[in-house]
Design a binder for this molecule. Structure first.
Ligand code: PAF
Length: 250
């Protein structure tokens, strides 16, 4: 696996190949969810690129950014084992040479659900993903459907701006007990980890939205939102310091 920390050097390498490329952008702390995206990319493309960049502009809460898990050595080992061709780890100074004066924003879908409680979050996500897609110049890019709102916003952004990369949504990978795999699960205490699967269990019951909220609160979850949109129930809750999100198709 070749590792690139400089975008300029990567771009020289990128231009050497005309093979099909699949791209998996990540913020590191890789788990089976990420690995499933890499597996799919490897199946569908000749070359697979992964990026690791903890993007500060999408964190509305500094504490959340500072606490974000870092397992870089383990990630690199795992990526090599999976047969990843390239790892891109750009530096903040190169990615945000403009000091984040240029932004990509969306005015409708990005303002509800995660966007209503996390001000500026999706501007940060869309901006970094636009930059990473332009850097990778891949044929396809893979995103998990746990972050369903993020996936839809990115897919529509790529279509709206006539970008060459096709955005592929991939199903959420779960723990045996139903908890969606997430880098943030590493931050749960033992007690919180035991409680956490109830979030998904209650989300997928036939109960009404107010009843779901009541059941979650009773168990000790703090509700950010539980909302139905089209054919999905979306939820975000807090267990102690950890924010969990998930969604269920109904
Ligand atoms: O889902 C994530 O890990 C991040 O939001 C992404 C897409 C890598 C952008 O920083």
């Amino acid at each position: 696996m070749k590792i690139f920390k400089s975008i300029k050097t990567w771009q020289v390498e990128r231009n050497k190949t005309s093979k099909t490329i699949g791209f998996v952008p990540t913020m590191g702390a890789l788990h089976e969810g990420h690995l499933s995206l890499i597996k799919k990319s490897k199946k569908e493309n000749k070359i697979t690129i992964v990026s690791i960049f903890v993007n500060p502009t999408q964190f509305n809460d500094k504490k959340d950014l500072n606490n974000y898990p870092n397992t870089l050595e383990k990630d690199i080992k795992e990526l090599k084992k999976m047969g990843t061709d390239y790892l891109i780890m750009p530096k903040y100074s190169e990615i945000y040479a403009d000091n984040y004066t240029y932004k990509v924003s969306e005015d409708k879908l990005s303002k509800i659900l995660c966007g209503s409680s996390r001000k500026g979050h999706f501007d940060g996500v869309l901006t970094i993903v636009m930059k990473l897609l332009n850097i990778a110049q891949a044929d396809k890019a893979y995103f998990g459907e746990k972050d369903y709102q993020q996936y839809v916003l990115i897919k529509k952004m790529a279509e709206t701006f006539f970008m060459k990369t096709k955005i592929i949504g991939c199903k959420t990978i779960k723990e045996k007990d139903g908890l969606a795999k997430s880098s943030r699960n590493l931050l749960l205490t033992e007690k919180e980890r035991k409680l956490a699967p109830n979030f998904y269990k209650i989300l997928k019951t036939k109960k009404s939205v107010p009843e779901k909220k009541k059941s979650l609160i009773k168990l000790g979850f703090k509700i950010d939102y539980i909302e139905k949109h089209d054919d999905r129930i979306f939820g975000a809750v807090k267990l102690g310091k950890v924010r969990l999100i998930d969604n269920v198709k109904i």
